[in-house]
Write a protein that binds this ligand. Structure first.
Ligand code: CUK
Ligand code: CUA
Length: 678
């Protein structure tokens, strides 16, 4: 380091220039005489010196700071990685606001510990085959979440719903952004694992999700499916799934959903076209080599086998055409889903391939829909295809050949709008409102900013590297504010780094991952703040303007999270009752500060107990929750909500149930007894 923090502070103080702010060292925040920040009061210079901070750090702290009690301008919906959940953060503060339970049980939210709404969601998310596969381990109750997608209207986030994929198990979860609860998990047939998605089409017609590793379709050939390229090519297929979204509820309408069969390459990241390219979906791939492993038999390791080709293929799928073809029934039903066979997709002009350099990863569509920015992990360039050029090439049948399945391969040189040498290991691109792309450089641990072409830049100004900032370290995804919509807001960028070595105090060999906030306000990008992430590994996030969200503060009285409508079991205070019908004991109860009614429930061992609980409060944040010890029951009963729990009273004894939320001064008294007689 050329100059220490202290020297810098002293130098600026001695020079009487106050604190020099900003990466370029050009902006001055403080007035020179006393170090008071203009108009703010307080002696920032002294405070900074006391804490050993230089002017740049003070500036960073201020720009990333949201004062107590004030709200952030943006909300980041983040993958929760292996935790199988979604994280909700404020930006720029990077404060964690909530984790949303999606695929994994979470006791605070009462997700997967007995509440009827969550049990139904989690049960639905494990298909019959998997249930029997994993009988010993029970329900499939974890996920490797990668890509959240916020629903869109006309290409802008509308803040209604969020979708998230399970990379490990080929599933998709749907969250209602009114109550921030998961309403549906679809274990998608024909997808063992998933990656290409979730991305929504511009009016949330579909949430798209495709296979990662191809799926074995020839179940009779398990033994020989890896024996040769031919066996592999014949035994496996990829699938692109178009999950049709019900526009009233946001739920996936499974009956209207369909798949397109794909070659057995490893389909990777995907993005939906918008504006100029609306109606199309783009999916990258690698392992067009069809490498199958066999390192123990002297074959090259997969990483080598999969990196032989100079070019892999971007799949371009015309989903509007596919939708028509599916509606006309040119599909085969496979495991309950209509699938457009690959031959039909080719014949109908649904699928084309474009060569893309060396093991590509991300494909991201510019705000106007015309540019596809492709990061090739082993190529230092971002390759930018022009969608207008792609359409021309399709029209002119400007093909450089066909792949082994007969899919036309567009002529690479005809569709490239520009290539920019950005640095080592380009992965994912995001955009701002001024015609710039921001691409993550995994190997180089940096973000590169580059210019796009028309209508923003032309001639020498188009497709140029304009800036770079270091991040720490090994960045995967990145996000700008609303940066993958038709109207990005710029302002901030969040880098999602895989390694955090030396950034935070050691907490054992499993290091936190590191989100970093970068300012996009000035000419140059500038790192503002670090935020370690305690649950790995979040891959992707989306950032929405906070005012687009319309979250409920309370449920309307008696509303159930399952239907988002008034429950047939909703009651008011004074209507509590217990009914016995044979071995069924059904209880309608209320929770209100600081009483659970009823506070005594008597059953016989072996009875089937159904409890309906209504939180009869109307005050926001007057949350109650209900737990029965030894019965593995923990449910959240939020303001206004009616929910329930159903169980067999198979353990005899006196069980002290209670409210688990510290809801009032007499919260500790908010308890009762369940007596289970032998
Ligand atoms: S992938 Cu993770 S860094 Cu699943 Cu989006 Cu690129
Ligand atoms: Cu209700 Cu504690």
């Amino acid at each position: 380091m050329a100059i220490t923090r202290r020297e810098l502070i002293q130098a600026t103080a001695a020079g009487g220039a106050g604190i020099v702010i900003g990466g370029a060292g050009t902006r001055i925040l403080t007035d020179g005489d006393n170090g008071d920040p203009a108009g703010l009061g307080g002696d920032v210079g002294d405070l900074a010196e006391e804490r050993g901070m230089d002017g740049l750090q003070v500036s960073q702290a201020i720009r990333g700071f949201t004062p107590p009690g004030e709200w952030d301008e943006f909300i980041m919906i983040a993958s929760g990685g292996h935790g199988g959940q979604l994280g909700v953060y404020g930006i720029p503060s990077m404060r964690l606001l909530k984790n949303i339970a999606v695929f994994a049980p979470e006791p605070w939210q009462g997700f997967g510990y007995g509440s009827t709404w969550s049990e139904a969601v989690l049960d639905e998310g494990t298909n019959e085959a998997q249930k029997s596969h994993s009988e010993a381990r029970g329900r499939l109750n974890w996920a490797d979440t990668h890509h959240p997608a916020i629903s869109e209207t006309e290409g802008e986030y509308d803040g209604r719903w969020a979708y998230i994929n399970d990379r490990a198990n080929g599933r998709i979860g749907m969250v209602d952004l009114r109550d921030f609860k998961t309403k549906q998990i679809w274990d998608i047939p024909n997808l063992q694992s998933s990656h290409g998605g979730v991305f929504v089409t511009p009016n949330t017609e579909y949430a798209h999700i495709s296979t990662k590793t191809p799926t074995l379709i020839d179940m009779g050939n398990v033994e020989n499916c890896l024996d040769s390229e031919e066996e592999y090519a014949a035994s496996f297929r990829g699938f692109s799934t178009f999950c049709a979204i019900d526009h009233e509820t946001g739920l996936i309408d499974i009956d209207q959903s369909f798949q397109v069969e794909l070659p057995p390459y490893n389909q990777d990241l995907a993005d939906a076209g918008k504006l100029a390219s609306d109606g199309w979906v783009f999916i990258n791939s690698y392992n067009t080599e069809l490498a199958r492993g066999g390192v123990m038999d002297g074959e090259p390791p997969l990483e080598i086998g999969m990196s032989q080709n100079e070019f892999d293929y971007c799949h371009m799928i015309n989903w509007r055409r596919a939708e028509e073809v599916a509606a006309n029934g040119r599909t085969e039903e496979r495991n309950g889903v209509p699938v457009i066979p690959l031959e039909v997709a080719i014949e109908e002009g649904i699928i084309y391939l474009a060569p893309e350099p060396r093991s590509p990863h991300g494909v991201d569509v510019s705000p106007d829909g015309n540019y596809l920015c492709i990061g090739g992990k082993l190529d230092p360039h971002v390759t930018v295809f022009g969608f207008d050029l792609i359409l021309d090439a399709i029209e002119a049948e400007d093909f450089e050949g066909h792949d082994r399945y007969g899919i036309p391969i567009l002529n690479f040189d005809s569709i490239v709008a520009g290539r920019v040498e950005v640095g080592a290991g380009p992965l994912h691109t995001q955009f701002d409102q001024d015609g710039y792309g921001y691409i993550s450089l995994f190997i180089e641990s940096a973000v590169a900013k580059f210019s796009l072409g028309e209508p923003w830049f032309s001639g020498d100004e188009a497709f140029q590297l304009v800036d770079k900032v270091d991040v720490h370290y090994n960045i995967g995804h990145l996000v700008t504010m609303e940066g993958d919509t038709v109207s990005p807001q710029g302002k901030y960028l969040v880098a999602l780094n895989k390694w955090s070595i030396d950034r935070h105090p050691p907490v054992g060999p499993l290091f936190p991952q590191n989100f970093q906030l970068v300012s996009l306000d000035g000419e140059q990008m500038e790192l503002l703040a670090d935020m370690p992430i305690g649950t790995g590994e979040p891959h992707y996030v989306q950032c929405i303007r906070a005012d687009r969200l319309q979250a409920w503060e309370v449920y309307p009285p008696g509303v159930s999270p399952t239907t988002m409508d008034v429950s047939e079991h909703a009651i008011e205070r004074g209507e509590e009752r217990i009914e016995r019908n044979g071995n069924n004991v059904e209880v309608w109860g209320t929770m209100h500060r600081s009483t659970i009614t009823p506070d005594i429930i008597r059953v016989q061992q072996g009875d089937h107990v159904i409890l309906h609980l209504t939180n009869t409060e109307t005050t926001p944040d007057a949350i109650h929750a209900f737990a029965i010890p030894r019965y593995n029951i923990s449910i959240s009963v939020e303001t206004g909500e009616t929910t329930g729990v159903e169980f067999d009273a198979d353990i005899a004894g006196a069980f002290a149930y209670y409210c688990t939320e510290f809801c009032s001064a007499l919260h500790l008294e908010m308890q009762g007894w369940m007596l289970v007689s032998e």
